[in-house]
Design a protein. Structure first.
Length: 193
């Protein structure tokens, strides 16, 4: 267990390939809080063929992003579940300033605040290497270097304003070392605040 005060609520950010999902899982286990990733929830809903899942599938099948209001509704429902009382780690949300503003309003309604915004930073050339390797391992032949570069550009276009929105509250973590070192760095930086 970490020396951090409970409950702990963290927004985890970083580009594709920075290690967000893995760090989110490690920290969630260490701090004994749920890692909440809308993408994972959407995939589970689609698999279970729920009403939400069918709605989300229709958006993704037509190549559209899931609208903010659907994502916010999902987060409202998830953050109201009992296991979040000890805290949470948000992974992959918010992705836009509109979502961040909605999250602030939602948390105010719930009398909650987030404690930290962590941004994992990794140079593009390393992200591209990691994502190409992951694509190869997962058999994703569509994930070419050009596709990955486009995804990174889209990420930066939407995330830069988000980092500006959170401003001084963002704790920058170097995501290039080995996993255990990145985890230790996050714990050290949060523990010293």
């Amino acid at each position: 267990m970490s020396v951090l005060n409970n409950p702990i609520r963290v927004i985890l950010m970083g580009p594709p390939g920075a290690g967000k999902g893995t760090q989110g899982e490690i920290l969630a286990a260490l701090w004994q809080v749920p890692r909440i990733a809308p993408g994972d929830i959407f995939r589970a809903e689609i698999k279970a063929e729920t009403e939400l899942g069918l709605k989300v599938k229709a958006f993704s099948d037509s190549g559209k992003l899931v609208p903010d209001e659907t994502v916010i509704e999902l987060m409202r429902s998830r953050l109201n579940q009992p296991d979040t009382s000890s805290g949470w780690i948000l992974d992959g949300f918010p992705r836009t300033v509109v979502q961040a503003e909605s999250l602030d309003m939602l948390l105010a309604e719930m009398s909650q605040v987030y404690d930290y915004v962590i941004n994992l930073e990794v140079p593009d050339h390393i992200l591209i290497e990691r994502l190409l390797l992951r694509a190869k391992q997962d058999g994703r032949v569509d994930d070419t270097e050009d596709v990955i570069k486009n995804r990174l550009q889209e990420y930066y276009a939407k995330t830069k304003p988000l980092l500006d929105f959170y401003g001084q509250r963002v704790i920058v973590i170097d995501g290039t070392p080995v996993l255990s070192e990145v985890t230790k760095d996050i714990q050290n930086k949060l523990g010293s605040l």
